[in-house]
Design a protein around this ligand. Structure first.
Ligand SMILES: [Zn+2]
Length: 440
């Protein structure tokens, strides 16, 4: 079946019946953490290629991060520029996170305007973001922003790593300062891992929980929530669990790559695997799966953050200098299914982690469920088939380098519908991109 004019919407007054046999029909998936980098850095990804890749992966809505586009989305003007850039390019729907940076953090009017203009919430970093025009915030900035977010009932998403002096405990085979890391092999994954120890995540999360006290019932930021993006460190799960049980409005996501890969399996020099926080060991990975199953971790995302090959330094394989970001948008849900199945997950888990919970977090009330009154965003797929990621022509990201290359994933995405319109059909895309920007 190819995408034709009649598949879209005009059935000449007749009801068109599509029989998908034994395939699974479920709500389109929602990836609330992607970097499509347009406008400004279309050479890194782009709205056309990014939303096509998402559609091919069964994803019907993405929420784009306020960086690494240029300009970054930290005010109303830059949000309008981003919305303008989407025209005629979207295969699926897209919402936007605004950026919380020192320049707007203590200016409640500026934040209020940005939220009123339609961003779904704000995102900030507790460590350098890698992009100079998106500086990091401290806990005071976060504290100041929460009451504004509370007024709009929107979340603050936080990259939770707080740089600490590298201690001998973090890095037992080396010394007590950062200095020796410079002498270690930059191609070794272990060197990179030591440079961003789990204590960074743990310290950031402790601070966030402290600040998050204000989101409790009856406190000044009731209605706001804090969402920890891309949790990699299983050591922080117990304090997260405790904070949630004490009524702090806290949610957590982890990413497909933390559930798929493990530090000990990453070849030295293979910077496709570089991301921050880093992928940790297999034991940590198992604990993340456990936390996902028991609800301590709420949802999944890809954190698709590609860059041109020259920035990944594939020739040198220098983990310390290569761009940190994994390219994965198209493969997140199938990878979850592949590795989750081995751990007993069901289709309901997949829907909860990739649709229901992300939709609740982002306030995307028309998405995430097949019911009257919601958008007809649908993925039709075959769980018992498989997808071999070995053909670059079938990787729809702008850049083809991804750690999922040469893997065989369980499941095959066959058809993707956005608001009732067929946008992806067995390797073919609609030539009439019907995705829309979502402003709230
Ligand atoms: Zn990210």
């Amino acid at each position: 079946m190819t995408v034709t004019e009649t598949d879209h919407c005009d059935f000449g007054g007749k009801i068109m019946v599509l029989d998908y046999g034994d395939r699974v029909i479920m709500p389109g998936l929602v990836d609330i953490h992607v970097h499509l980098n347009e406008p400004g850095r279309e050479d890194w990804e782009g709205l056309t290629s990014g939303t096509r890749a998402a559609a091919a992966g069964g994803i019907t809505t993405v929420v784009d991060m306020p960086l690494n586009s240029f300009p970054v989305t930290t005010d109303v003007k830059s949000l309008h520029q981003k919305v303008e850039a989407t025209k005629g390019k979207l295969s699926i729907d897209i919402g936007f996170w605004g950026g919380l940076v020192p320049a707007n953090a203590e200016n409640s009017t500026a934040l209020d305007e940005l939220l009123k203009a339609g961003v779904l919430g704000l995102k900030s970093f507790m460590c350098p973001s890698g992009i100079n025009d998106f500086p990091q915030t401290n806990s005071q900035h976060i504290k100041a922003a929460l009451p504004v977010l509370a007024k709009h009932k929107r979340p603050l998403l936080v990259h939770a790593e707080l740089p600490q002096t590298i201690s001998s405990e973090d890095s037992p085979s080396t010394h007590a300062t950062e200095e020796p890391l410079r002498l270690e092999d930059p191609r070794a994954y272990e060197t990179y891992l030591k440079s961003r120890p789990h204590s960074w995540e743990n310290a950031a999360i402790r601070q966030l929980i402290e600040v998050g006290e204000s989101t409790k019932k009856g406190r000044e930021a009731e209605g706001a929530s804090i969402h920890i993006v891309h949790l990699a460190d299983a050591n922080s799960l117990s304090i997260i669990q405790d904070a949630k049980s004490r009524g702090i409005n806290l949610t957590v996501e982890t990413c497909t790559h933390y559930l798929t890969f493990a530090a000990e399996e990453i070849p030295d020099g293979d910077t496709r695997f570089k991301c921050a926080p880093p992928i940790r060991n297999a034991k940590n990975r198992q604990l993340l799966w456990k936390a996902l199953m028991d609800g301590t971790i709420d949802s999944l995302s890809s954190d698709h953050s590609p860059a041109p090959p020259q920035m990944k330094l594939f020739d040198e394989g220098d983990f310390m200098r290569a761009w940190g970001g994994i390219s994965s948008l198209q493969f997140g849900p199938l990878a979850t299914w592949t590795y989750g199945k081995q751990r007993g997950i069901t289709l309901n888990h997949l829907v909860r982690w990739w649709s229901t919970r992300p939709v609740e977090l982002a306030g995307l009330n028309l998405k995430g469920s097949l019911e009257v009154g919601r958008d007809a965003d649908i993925v039709v797929w075959t769980p018992n088939e498989s997808t071999k990621v070995d053909d670059e022509k079938k990787i729809y990201h702008k850049h083809k380098a991804t750690p999922f290359f040469n893997m065989t994933l369980d499941g095959r995405v066959d058809f993707t519908f956005v608001r009732g319109q067929l946008v992806f059909s067995q390797g073919t895309f609609s030539d009439r991109p019907c995705g829309k920007p979502i402003l709230v």
